[in-house]
Design a protein around this ligand. Structure first.
Ligand code: SF4
Length: 365
């Protein structure tokens, strides 16, 4: 339960109240115990698009496996992706690894000490740079994330969309004013935490809110209308007909894995070979597929096929069917894939859809 308090406003009442509220209500989180830019960066990247409760295990795992930027830089990208498995948005992990290498190779392991310097690194945008610079280096710069946008838009009745340049700038300017006289890192975290715990998107606790008397949205009954939201991005549908091919080589059974490349989802993760991905096929259609015949030759049999499985990503709906196939001989086209022993499958970074399938159908793992 959140603590209540009475206060004497000192400078800017709203800022003072939120900082005091933060002091009394903030969650105890491991990345709040440090000013090490490496650990703050790690937590910020993990928490992008991820809830604290889900990100916590990943943060603890990364912080113990890679306690400093040197350890992260010397790891292979495949290992980093494997540790990231299940968190989604894999470009974050690839950029994390790229940036670690740059910091070690170009900056001798020392993070740039300003938001402008940090923004030159892969995967570090305006928000992340400001969060690291304000918390680790005390730079007076607002870190504007979704929580900050919501709190400030409601408090000050900002009707411009924060994703427009003008809307973002308005919120940024209000934050600059408010944070004067406060530690920038503390102030940024206070507003974010206030948005995460008090001024929630759907059910903000307005009756118990300590800045209620200063809040435009509350006094004008506009809480449900602010912040102004962007139109929803359309969800696109992708289809995959996955061929889970078992083939015998040198007397042992192998499964073929496909390393994903190109500018597409799951870049550098592994899935299975797939064919005719413009709709879901059935086994009869697969037998007539030229791509399947090219890959499998003529001597193969489908042991099992799943029902179509729907898997949701943020802006995509994936519909996949898995065909479990025994190929009696290796074809030249199969050499384009990685032949992996079943017991080794878990060593590879896999999209959640593939990992779920493997756990369901390869029970020995
Ligand atoms: Fe948010 Fe309600 Fe407080 Fe306004 S009164 S800041 S809308 S919780």
């Amino acid at each position: 339960m959140r603590k209540s308090f009475t206060f004497e406003a000192v400078n800017h009442p709203v800022a003072d109240i939120i900082v005091l509220w933060y002091d009394m209500n903030k969650r105890s989180l491991p990345w709040r115990e440090t000013r090490d830019p490496y650990l703050i960066w790690l937590s910020e990247v993990i928490l992008q698009q991820t809830r604290v409760i889900q990100g916590m295990d990943y943060y603890l795992r990364f912080a113990s496996t890679y306690p400093d930027v040197f350890r992260l830089a010397e790891a292979s990208e495949t290992t980093v992706l494997k540790h990231w498995q299940g968190l989604g948005y894999y470009s974050r992990a690839r950029n994390l690894h790229k940036t670690a290498k740059i910091i070690v190779e170009k900056f001798k392991g020392i993070f740039p000490g300003t938001s402008a310097g940090l923004m030159k690194l892969p995967g570090i945008g305006k928000y992340t740079a400001a969060a690291i610079a304000s918390i680790a280096f005390n730079e007076n710069i607002p870190a504007v994330d979704g929580n900050v946008i919501r709190v400030i838009s409601r408090l000050y009745g900002i009707k411009e969309n924060a994703l427009s340049g003008a809307g973002y700038q308005l919120i940024f300017n209000v934050m600059v004013d408010l944070m004067q006289g406060h530690s920038p890192g503390t102030f940024n975290q206070a507003v974010m935490e206030f948005g995460a715990l008090q001024c929630l998107p759907l059910s903000p606790d307005c009756p118990g809110c300590p800045v209620r008397d200063h809040c435009f949205a509350f006094s004008h009954q506009k809480v449900d209308e602010l912040p102004v939201r962007s139109p929803k991005t359309e969800v696109s549908v992708r289809y995959f007909n996955y061929l889970v091919i078992t083939v015998k080589k040198n007397g042992r059974n192998y499964i073929l894995l496909n390393r994903r490349s190109g500018r597409d989802i799951w870049h550098n993760l592994y899935d299975f070979p797939s064919v005719d991905n413009n709709r879901v096929l059935n086994a009869g259609e697969l037998a007539g597929s030229q791509d399947a015949i090219h890959l499998l030759g003529s001597d193969w049999v489908v042991h099992h096929e799943t029902e179509p499985i729907t898997h949701l990503l943020t802006h995509r709906r994936i519909i996949a069917r898995f065909f479990s196939i025994r190929a009696h001989s290796e074809t030249p086209a199969m050499k384009n894939y990685h032949a992996v022993m079943v017991s080794d499958l878990k060593k590879y970074p896999l999209p959640k859809l593939i990992d779920n399938y493997i756990h369901q159908y390869f029970r020995e793992l």
